[in-house]
Design a protein around this ligand. Sequence first.
Ligand SMILES: NC(=O)c1ccc[n+]([C@@H]2O[C@H](COP(=O)([O-])OP(=O)(O)OC[C@H]3O[C@@H](n4cnc5c(N)ncnc54)[C@H](O)[C@@H]3O)[C@@H](O)[C@H]2O)c1
Length: 243
Amino acid sequence: MSAADVKTIAVTGVGVMGAVIAQVYALSGYSVRMHDLSAARLDWAWDRIENHRFGVKRAVEIGRLSRDDADAALERLTATTDLEEATSGVDFVLEAVFEDFGLKVDVFKAVDRLAPPHAILTSNTAGLSIAALAHATNRPSQVMGWHWFQPASVMKLAELVVHDGVAPETVATVEAMARRCGKNPVVVKDDIYHWGFVANRIYGAVRREARDIVAQGIATREQVDQIMKDGFRWPMGPFEGIE
Ligand SMILES: NC(=O)c1ccc[n+]([C@@H]2O[C@H](COP(=O)([O-])OP(=O)(O)OC[C@H]3O[C@@H](n4cnc5c(N)ncnc54)[C@H](O)[C@@H]3O)[C@@H](O)[C@H]2O)c1
């Protein structure tokens, strides 16, 4: 399936990440079905999409989005607690449920059973094995990772994580979709021997070193942040935004 054939997307798990990812898909012209476990959670997602500081209302207020485009995007969004309804007839699924391997395997198995055979299935996991999720389905060549960054409506990176058995056509379709969503896709490998999430691997190493430096009394958190900003032009230090 080429990217032009993708019209309808299901996002299952519309929490902090999934809600804003659904927003980005809708703003990019896709029809989007949001799915979560309860009506309360779906209401929360609607509220986040509309009223969060990275939501559509604020984007209109600051002139980043026209009211007409915002309204058209909101009309392309629907919500349901029924996974069958959410995935029936879709071309593409993005899974963003809790970071729990067993749960994700169950979700992938269910989605594989319900979504049309041509649909591509992707996960927003921040580090679980894409190969394992792919092989929980009967369509591993159509499964890959699409790792989004927070806030999803702002951050440019689309880290696309692929396993050995993915079809080149699947990767090409997801890359094109990422570009349509205004993202810069980077395709990285998932490997059974090495953790294939480049952004979190490097960030994790930085955080470990930064914590060790403070624990060893070499510098304070504030000094570490300042060193990285002034010395390497980082926009923020490794401790900024951390409680
Ligand atoms: N928060 C981040 O900064 C971030 C960044 C990148 C990737 N991720 C990844 O995105 C995924 C979601 O993270 P989050 O921070 O949005 O979590 P979250 O807890 O905010 O949201 C998870 C949502 O999944 C729903 N859910 C749970 N089980 C479900 C099921 N069986 N079917 C449908 N929905 C279900 C929950 O009700 C909840 O709304 C995780 O895999 C996480 O590792 C998170």
